[in-house]
Design a protein around this ligand. Structure first.
Ligand code: ATP
Length: 300
């Protein structure tokens, strides 16, 4: 089943000459974690705001589970939990109320909505701010509350705009873990925007790289990697204090006291390994291009 089927989407803001989304066509199957990467101003937020029916395209069509999202005003809000990049809309509610009312509006009975609220505050570890006004939260607590609100009532689709912004490293990791867990346990389709390519790689199944309102690459990280000759990173760790003996003709970078990193073309890996003196080598790590390398390749 296709969750989103998007055809020829175009949007130019008023008084702008360049389109913010420029003839975008793609599909997202149900149950996929789909990532949008791109530089600032590329058009990612414009695209997802159209996908959640908060912004009207100039032309093109957005089908959600086979139905045009413009046909019924409440169609998207019943199926999609949206977390905007920023938003003050919930300021007049407490954290608990925001989650409870959203769950109730998405069809849960009062008692089920109360249970859902308690479950989500626990998932996002924000039980201690349940009775605070959302306008009084720290940036990170606010982000966690917004995630809880987006997930209230377990909508089949989540659209989250920079979910890890404002979060400390522990909570950042927690966000990726929860999104993956939701996707695995409930088959939730997740569409996310992120600048956190290193962490996103662990969760994202397919990615689009956006530039100037267009997709300049679309596929699984493995497919994108196969399309370009990117380098392999070889990391070598030597015994403490040992003299690092590296084959001539390569340009190693020292990344820690006894650790050196070399970036080489894939074809050069076997000759490099053959020439290497292993006497003092205690660890070798090979890593193919990361999502971040791919992103940098495409946008630069
Ligand atoms: N309300 C608006 N009116 C006019 N132009 C806008 C408006 N919102 C966005 N834009 C422009 O549209 C383009 C795309 O913006 P958008 O917010 O979609 O980018 P983005 O990829 O989400 O960027 P970021 O990573 O910085 O959040 C930018 O050039 C931006 O200046």
């Amino acid at each position: 089943m296709i969750a989103y089927n998007i055809q020829n989407l175009r949007k130019t803001y008023r008084r702008q000459t360049r389109p913010a989304t420029d003839d975008i066509t793609f599909q997202i199957p149900q149950g996929e974690i789909f990532g949008l990467l791109g530089d600032n101003g590329a058009g990612k937020t414009t695209l997802v705001r159209q996908m959640v029916n908060l912004l009207q395209p100039d032309s093109g069509r957005i089908m959600l589970f086979g139905k045009d999202i413009r046909e019924e005003p409440d169609y998207v809000s019943g199926l999609v939990g949206y977390m905007p990049q920023s938003g003050a809309a919930l300021n007049r509610l407490t954290v608990g109320e925001a989650v409870y009312f959203t769950a109730h509006l998405r069809g849960l009975s009062r008692s089920a909505a109360r249970a859902e609220r308690d479950r989500l505050l626990e998932v996002w570890r924000i039980e201690q701010v349940k009775d605070k006004w959302s306008g009084q939260l720290s940036g990170g607590q606010r982000r966690l509350m917004q995630l809880a609100v987006a997930m209230a009532g377990s909508p089949p689709v989540l659209v989250v705009d920079e979910p890890t912004n404002d979060l400390d490293p522990v909570n950042k990791k927690h966000v990726w873990d929860v999104l993956r867990e939701w996707n695995t346990s409930y088959g939730t389709t997740v569409v996310l925007i992120t600048h956190d390519a290193v962490e996103a790689e662990k969760a994202i199944q397919r990615v689009a790289i956006v530039r100037d309102g267009r997709f300049i690459a679309l596929g699984t990280p493995a497919e994108l990697r196969a399309g370009i000759a990117l380098q392999v990173h070889v990391e070598l760790t030597f015994a403490p204090g040992a003299q690092a003996e590296l084959p001539a003709g390569f340009e190693p970078r020292q990344v820690a006291a006894d650790t050196w990193s070399i970036s080489i073309d894939q074809g050069e890996v076997p000759p490099f390994m053959a020439k290497l003196d292993y006497t003092d080598v205690v660890d070798i790590r090979l890593q193919s291009a990361t999502l971040e390398d791919l992103y940098l390749h495409y946008v630069s």
